[in-house]
Design a protein around this ligand. Structure first.
Ligand code: NAP
Length: 248
């Protein structure tokens, strides 16, 4: 049976690398995107040209109605869901905490925490044997920021990823006997566009001297970890926070 994976934010960066790698390994892939339809289309093209099957759904993961509509589209077009990669995430311009306002914390928590919760809930409702499902896997994209704290840059984002870690630990235990494994990958400094959102496109190269391996990582190196956690090769792994950080 062909397995279905939903990769939220699968149109760019780590999500796109995960979607393309999953398709190459035999999954049919649903990606979600927020606003950049052209980027989503490019991922679909790449998967389809290689003979894979993929669809894209627009929506904001922080908006409940969008998430419900996203899962409905996957139900209708692909059938049972085997894996959810809770990858959609964002951060805002670097600044100290004493410069931040409430609206920023709400935006950052909405996209990174509420979004991951809503998608995890919808996935559990479909995958859990308690609800008549066949089991499955959830991989949450957290960040090394959760344990570093990101001072002078984005403590809000670090705190949001800390919440994602706690949700991963709790949910993994809650559904451990219901056929679902739940893990998180915590990337370090990875070459994607997210650093442009932070206001520093060259952030990885500026900070890489602080990485024990003295280099940034690629989206594909993170995708490999996600794909392993999705696979049967990690069948006894749940509730794990897997750092992909070059030792940072
Ligand atoms: P990215 O290149 O900025 O891509 C972000 C993706 O998420 C895009 O597809 C974007 O869609 C989508 N997205 C953003 N906000 C969304 C929302 N509210 N609803 C739906 N989709 C949304 O990011 P990335 O670097 O690949 O990061 C992927 C994940 O890894 C994130 O959770 C991030 O926090 C985490 N991470 C990244 C790094 C790193 O160094 N890159 C390190 C640690 C953790 P649009 O293109 O349509 O906006």
């Amino acid at each position: 049976m062909i397995k279905t994976v939903l990769v939220t934010g699968g149109s760019r960066g780590i999500g796109a690398a995960t979607a393309i790698m999953a398709a190459a390994r035999g999954y049919q892939v649903a990606i979600s995107f927020h606003s950049n339809a052209a980027a989503a289309e490019a991922v679909l093209q790449q998967i389809r040209q290689a003979g894979g099957k993929a669809i894209a759904v627009q929506g904001d993961v922080g908006v409940e109605a969008d998430v419900l509509q996203m899962f409905k589209a996957v139900d209708e077009q692909f059938g049972p869901l085997h894996a959810l990669v809770n990858n959609a995430g964002m951060l805002e311009k670097q600044m100290r905490l004493d410069q931040m306002d409430v609206a920023r914390w709400q935006r950052v928590f909405n996209a990174n925490v509420i979004g991951s919760f809503l998608c995890a809930r919808e996935a559990v409702l479909r995958m859990s044997t308690r609800h008549g499902g066949q089991g499955g896997v959830i991989v949450n994209l957290s960040s090394a920021a959760a344990r570093i704290g990101s001072p002078n840059e984005f403590i809000d984002y670090a705190a949001a990823k800390g919440a994602v870690d706690s949700m991963t630990l709790g949910l993994s235990k809650e559904v451990a006997t219901e056929g679902i494994r739940v893990n998180a990958v915590r990337p370090g400094l990875i070459y994607t566009d997210i650093h442009t959102s932070a206001g520093e496109p060259g952030r990885v190269d500026r900070a890489k001297e602080g990485v024990p391996m003295k280099r940034g990582g690629t989206a594909e190196e993170v995708a490999e970890a996600v794909l392993w956690l999705m696979s049967e090769q990690s069948s006894y792994v749940t509730g794990t926070l897997l750092d992909v950080t070059g030792g940072r």
